[in-house]
Design a protein around this ligand. Structure first.
Ligand code: NAG
Ligand code: NAG
Ligand code: NAG
Length: 799
């Protein structure tokens, strides 16, 4: 077993070791990188399925009148040991004597069905699927019902593809790791840096994907699943590679405090409220123990959060326990460690190959495998996989006509409209008047991209370049990329771009990054625009007739301070990866057919942030060591754009309509003795009194409602995101400066006020986490805030 002090040695050693011996290892699947597709799918091929006649009559596991657990136990009891072992892989073998075909557990669906796992193929009667905006863009909408509608649409397309043999039923999404560092290549796949926002997204996504919104949802509520969603990657995974550290060997050193108030909340919500049926453990170690081998971390999931489902390792993350992390002393120990910790299935072949010898060596018992198989079969049974012909099941009527439907395509457009963020708009330069613009120049390398979905994209229903729809709004359009590609290494084509820009009334410059710059196994080293892109923007802006519009692509934050400060750059829009209809939504926003309301779900840091070691997991600033902290909750340095930043063509003002000014704890504690013990627990540390939250008897009765109204002072209707924050108490060390406790996206009309209300749970929203990872509720004044400076004080008192 590795100890923290030995890990440093292992990192250095194994980095060199692996460089030279990589090819000697078994083929190493990188989860989520494209792998060769099985070619077994053909047009209109139906999936093979268990419990076909004559089997359905002979086996209890095929008997739909029995409870799921009885059926699962029965199936386990019918298997030989070698059959059991052959099922411990994402590519699970068939058991022909029981009429069970092979099953591929690994399908992907992050923002639309995607072929990144071998379970999905676009080679068949369904050649494409709706490609919604990447998650970071969806998050920017701050609209729960949008997230839910999208996940429901994906579930329909998933079932349709399953029915024609082009997808499985178990999907490994959503990715809900915290976007902790702006360089992270996969930050784009997540809902951003805030645990509350990420939790809210996870709940909507998982509920809807698993079938929560299906019309006849009676059966779904009874534990059936439309498809299975997977909360990943548990936990503290948000680094691909930095210096000698890679996700495969990284040991994330995480304090109990950060675990409790940053890293765990999205997973807790995904499981407790989302009721996800799968959890994926990550490659990295946490405090010296690989996540997939951590009994402590996985026990919380099953025992404390009540998880019902299967736990899969990330791809070959069982092999890494031994081969990269050197936590286990042998392959067999690695298998034993992860099974004991609670992993049920291995993405990859490691467990299939090593479990038999682990049993022979006495390290694994057959009953450990039985437990894993029980969890796996239970999920398959809930999916209806052993209910016979899927075409006769409740989703059997879904097929090619249910994919890329007009409704889903419209939803993809709506999602892009809602997620695009207006970062700068000097003197209300935007929107452009669609009748006034004669000529428009489209400049910049990103204008010509058709890869609008970012990582985990499938074949979209429609494919067009990002600038294409601008044509609809002007008489004449001209183009000049300025840079040959994203990396923009030379200025050779600048003159052409400058000439083209000079001749046009308006200029839109498309700059930014794509998945050649930020991806799986690829973190950025700089937050600046690649190569000479910034110089292209400045040169074109200086030469054009009017100030220019800058459109930024990519999921990670960019240091565009040069453009923010340049008066020749009138407006800046961030489109991220806006999905298949992104170009249309962008054109609508530029020409005022849609009013932007997206808000950044992550802080945009300056380039100087890159001096911070990516490996430092601490959220809180440490001024004594020149550590600035991370995310808007704790970061103390300067910013380019803050969390929640996003402009509209309207302006808005806020008012608290109603909120209590005092919450008396005695209301909850009628019994005098409890009140007495509460008084004792009103401990003094720091400079305020507090009560431990786990010592509170009844948090629910303390909940209160806060009513807020918003007034639209613009000429246009527009959606507006209201965010409710709570502000930390003075003198409470380690409490965030400010934190999001509620949000709502509202429809507003000019010169009318629109109201919304938030339910505040003091134990959850006003508590802070102490250095031991315990939640405490400070007594005294708490500040609630909407907008930049509208505050309301509520005092928590024991009376
Ligand atoms: C698509 O499926 C057909 C029929 O199985 C097969 O012949 C063909 O090679 C496949 N094409 C690709 C690109 O996989
Ligand atoms: C999956 O396993 C089967 C054996 O059960 C094997 O024939 C097949 O090649 C495997 N497929 C992949 C993609 O590894
Ligand atoms: C939220 O999204 C839904 C689904 O697309 C949409 O109907 C609704 O108008 C959106 N809400 C606001 C206020 O934009």
């Amino acid at each position: 077993m590795a100890r923290p002090w030995t890990l440093l040695f292992f990192f250095l050693f194994h980095f060199l070791y692996f460089r030279s011996s990589f090819s000697l290892l078994p083929p190493f699947l990188k989860c989520d990188t494209l792998i060769s597709k099985p070619t077994t799918h053909s047009s209109n091929q139906l999936p093979d399925f268990p419990c076909k006649p004559p089997y359905q009559a002979s086996f209890p596991f095929c008997d739909t009148s029995l409870p799921t657990s009885t059926r699962a136990h029965s199936l386990v009891s019918l298997l030989t040991l070698s059959e059991k072992i052959s099922l411990l892989s994402n590519n699970a073998s068939g058991i022909p004597r029981l009429g069970i075909p092979p099953y591929q557990w690994w399908s992907e669906s992050l923002h639309g069905i995607a072929p990144n796992g071998p379970g999905v193929s676009f080679n068949g009667s369904i050649p494409s699927a709706t490609s919604f905006p990447q998650i970071i863009v969806q998050a920017a909408s701050f609209n729960r019902s949008l997230w839910s509608s999208i996940a429901s649409a994906i579930a329909v397309e998933a079932r349709a593809m399953y029915n024609v043999g082009q997808a499985g039923l178990t999907f490994w999404a959503p990715n809900i790791n915290i976007f902790r560092d702006p360089r992270w290549g996969r930050g784009q796949e997540t809902p951003g840096e805030d645990p509350m926002l990420t939790s809210a997204f996870a709940i909507e996504y998982v509920r809807a994907l698993q079938g929560g919104n299906w019309e006849s949802s009676e059966e779904i509520r009874n534990d059936k699943l439309m498809v299975s969603a997977c909360c990943k990657h548990y936990i503290a995974y948000d680094l691909e590679n930095w210096h000698e550290f890679a996700r495969y060997n990284f040991n994330a050193v995480v304090s109990q405090q950060d675990l409790e108030d940053t890293y765990q909340p999205p997973f807790r919500s995904c499981i407790q409220q989302g009721k996800a049926s799968c959890l994926m453990c990550s490659y990295n170690a946490v405090n010296g123990v690989p996540a997939c081998a951590s009994e402590d971390l996985l026990r919380i999931v099953r025992k404390t959060w009540g998880f019902q489902g299967y736990i899969t390792s990330d791809c070959d993350a069982v092999a890494t326990v031994y081969e990269y992390q050197k936590y286990a002393n042998s392959a067999e120990d690695a298998v034993a460690d992860v099974l004991k910790a609670g992993v049920d299935i291995n993405c990859g072949t490691y467990m299939v190959r090593k479990t038999e010898s682990a049993i022979k060596q006495g390290k694994v018992k057959e009953k450990d495998i039985d437990g894993a198989l029980f969890n796996l079969f239970s999920v398959q049974l809930r999916l209806g996989l052993y209910d016979g012909d899927p075409r006769r099941g409740m989703f059997g009527n879904l097929g090619p006509l249910d994919v890329c439907t007009p409704e889903h395509k419209t939803l993809a457009l709506e999602a892009a409209r809602q997620g695009i963020v207006l970062l700068k708009n000097d003197k209300k330069f935007l929107p452009l008047n669609k009748n006034a613009a004669e000529t428009l120049a489209v400049i910049g390398p990103m204008a010509f991209t058709t890869k609008l979905g970012g990582l985990y994209s499938g074949t979209p229903c429609r494919s067009e370049t990002l600038h294409e729809e601008l044509k609809q709004y002007v008489k004449k359009i001209s183009y000049a990329p300025g840079c040959i590609d994203v990396s923009c290494l030379t200025e050779a084509a600048f003159d052409d771009a400058i000439r083209t820009a000079k001749e046009a009334d308006y200029v839109v410059i498309f700059a930014g990054i794509d998945t050649t710059q930020e991806a799986e196994d690829l973190d950025r080293v700089s937050l600046l625009l690649p190569g000479k892109q910034a110089s292209l923007v400045s040169s074109v802006a200086a030469a054009s007739k009017c100030p220019v519009i800058l459109v930024l692509t990519g999921g990670g934050p960019l240091d565009v301070s040069f453009a923010e400060a340049n008066p020749r750059v009138a407006s800046i829009l961030w489109v991220g990866y806006p999905g298949e209809a992104g170009g249309e939504a962008l054109a609508e926003i530029i020409f005022g057919e849609a009013n932007p309301a997206g808000r950044l779900p992550m802080t945009w840091y300056p380039e100087s942030f890159t001096r911070v070691p990516m490996t430092d997991m601490r959220m809180r600033a440490d001024p004594t060591r020149d550590y600035p902290g991370r995310t808007y909750r704790f970061y103390t340095g300067s910013i380019i754009y803050g969390f929640g930043h996003g402009l509209s063509y309207s302006t808005f003002s806020y008012k608290f309509l109603s909120a209590p000014s005092k919450i008396g704890l005695s209301r909850t504690f009628k019994d005098g003795s409890i009140k007495g013990s509460l008084r004792q627990e009103g401990k003094q540390v720091y400079s305020v009194d507090y009560i431990p939250v786990d010592g509170m008897q009844n948090c629910i009765s303390l909940r209160f409602s806060v009513q807020v109204s918003v007034m639209n002072f613009g000429k246009l209707d527009g959606s507006h995101v209201v965010m409710l924050f709570s502000r930390g108490l003075e003198g409470l060390k380690g409490s965030p400066e400010i934190k999001l406790i509620g949000f709502d996206r509202l429809h507003t009309v000019p010169f009318k006020s629109t109201g919304t209300s938030f339910l505040v749970d003091p134990c959850e929203h006003l508590s802070v986490v102490d250095e031991y990872g315990k939640r405490i509720l400070p007594l005294g004044n708490h500040i609630l805030r909407v907008g930049d400076d509208i505050d309301h004080i509520v005092s928590i008192e024991i009376d």
